[in-house]
Structure formats: structure tokens, C-alpha cells
Design a protein around this ligand. Sequence first.
Ligand code: RET
Length: 237
Amino acid sequence: MAATVGPESIWLWIGTIGMTLGTLYFVGRGRGVRDQKMQEFYIITIFITTIAAAMYFAMATGFGITEVMVGDEALTIYWARYADWLFTTPLLLLDLSLLAGANRNTIATLIGLDIFMIGTGAIAAFASSPGTRIAWWAISTGALLTLLYVLVGTLSENARSQSPEVASLFGRLRNLVIVLWFLYPVVWILGTEGTFGILPLYWETAAFMALDLSAKIGFGVVLLQSRSVLERVTTPT
Ligand code: RET
């Protein structure tokens, strides 16, 4: 179905440029890193911003967009968001899990919940009646709340067995994730996808862009700022 990018393209271009600059910054900083564990964090974080830069470019140029009929109204859906989040949110959780020294089961639980959350969120975006859209949104939000519960519970417990510096860095990143991730379903339901018509597409796109830049570049800057801290991370035996 034909759908074209409207005036919200300004935010999509800012997102594209922001994610690209962030990627270049992390690549530049990571070049001299020799420590294997440090390299792991750099590789993961660089993939996160690279994928986001590509998906923002796809949205800004009109590839990552489609139309969904809800009743007799045509909704503009940026499907490339879900493609971005499907890969980048598990990678963000992997960064956090490695920092906490989580075991495989905890990592699998978190990533499983996350993929379920984005998958059901994508169904919500494509569903054709307002009622089913809200129902899928609620299912996806349930997965988010469960995921945050694991972050606050098991993962925080794991992090406490790391050195105090690592534990404190983990705490800061975890709080950042809790606050930012919680805002995504709020913007979604208030925005055009929620069909309540509270937040117009222009401002919704701006809000997602600000959230994406904070949750990826902001997160990466905080994570990678301290070499001495990351070198202290221990992995579970
Ligand atoms: C959706 C809609 C349905 C309900 C929920 C959602 C959650 C999305 C989240 C996205 C996080 C994205 C991040 C991107 C990185 O930059 C899919 C919006 C719960 C939590 C962190």
C-alpha cells in the first residue's frame, strides 16, 4: 500500500544522523581496545547503533513505512521500528546481562520475553480493529513488565556479586532502561497507533526519536565510559 513520509521526516533524519554519529563515535573509541571483555561490549553496542541508523534511514527515505486500514481509516505505520527493536533490544539486554554476569538461563529468559514483547507489539501495530490493537498492546506491555521484573530481581542480584564499581554502573544503566523502556508503550498508546488520536504522528515520531537516541547512544556512552570498570566484569562459572 502506498504511504509517504510527511513532515515528521525531519525527526527521522535527525535520528539517522544521530545514530550514525553515535556509531562512528563508538567505532573510534573502540579501535584501541585490546581487552576481550571490553571488545565484547563495544561490538554489541556498535551493532545496536548501526542497525538503528539503517532503520532510521529506511524510514526517512520512505522504505520502512506502510499503511494499515483500521475501520475506514488509513493509519501510517513505520514498520521499520519493529525491525530495529527486534534486533537492538535483545542486544541492549545482552550488554546489561554481561555486565551483571548473568547465566545463560537468565539471558535466555530476558531475550525471550523481549522478542515476545516486540513481536506482539508488531501485531498490535498491524491489527485492523481498535479493540484487538489495544489487546495486543496490553499483551506486549505485560511482557515488558515481566522483563523489568527480571531486571530488578535476578539480574540485579547477579550484579551484586560483581565488584562495587561494576554493580554501581549496572544500577545506573538498569534505572535508565526502566525509565526509558517504560515510556515506549505510553508513546505508542497515546500516538497514532493507539487510535485515540492524542499525540499526532509528527510529535509521536519526535518522541520515539528522543527515546531511541537516549536508549541506544545515551546507554552506550554510560556503559563504555569507563574502561577500568568494564575490565573488572567477571563471567559466571
Ligand atoms: C511497543 C508497543 C506495544 C507495547 C510495548 C512496546 C514496547 C516497546 C519497547 C521498545 C524499546 C525500544 C528500545 C529501543 C532502543 O533504542 C512495541 C512500543 C510494551 C520497550 C529500547
